[in-house]
Write a protein that binds this ligand. Structure first.
Ligand SMILES: [Mg+2]
Length: 155
């Protein structure tokens, strides 16, 4: 997906990286409304990834269920390193935790979400935009053009 934000330039997002716990799931369960939005997003980008430390051991199952390519990334730096392999200039990432800080510093379009598990303020600082939920984040990305995002970030 391509869009321009006045004062910030052009974005050509071809890959979206998701964090798992607290982002796609709450208490290990996929948040209602996520699967259909990920399906819709699949039509708009080249690839979708799940980067997780997989602390609950359900990463592979959820990746398969949602059609995401799984990368097990146990540390903040692992997430950043994997993103660099994916041409981070063309990546968006959505996450909520301290472990996402380095990832957010690396990708072109970092997005933080606040939900039942909360979000790390330092991760939010590295994000370009913060949404109250993954559903809001995905709905904003799926707008064509993404008017909500542009309205918030234009300079
Ligand atoms: Mg998380």
């Amino acid at each position: 997906m391509k869009f321009s934000i006045p004062g910030r330039g052009d974005f050509d997002i071809q890959k979206v990286i998701f964090d798992l716990n607290g982002t796609l799931t709450i208490d290990g369960k996929v948040i209602e409304g996520v699967p259909e939005r990920i399906q819709a997003l699949r039509q708009r980008v080249l690839a979708l990834f799940l980067f997780t430390g997989d602390t609950q051991g359900n990463g592979a199952t959820i990746a398969k269920e949602l059609g995401l390519e799984l990368k097990v990334t146990g540390h903040a730096q692992d997430k950043a390193n994997e993103a660099r392999e994916l041409e981070s200039e063309h990546c968006a990432a959505i996450g909520n935790g301290s472990i996402d800080i380095e990832l957010f510093k690396t990708v072109k379009f970092p997005m933080a979400v606040r939900q039942a598990e909360g979000s790390c303020p330092k991760a939010e600082e590295e994000a370009l935009i913060v949404f109250p939920s993954i559903l809001d984040a995905l709905d904003a990305l799926l707008q064509e053009p993404p008017k909500r995002i542009i309205a918030t970030l234009r300079r």
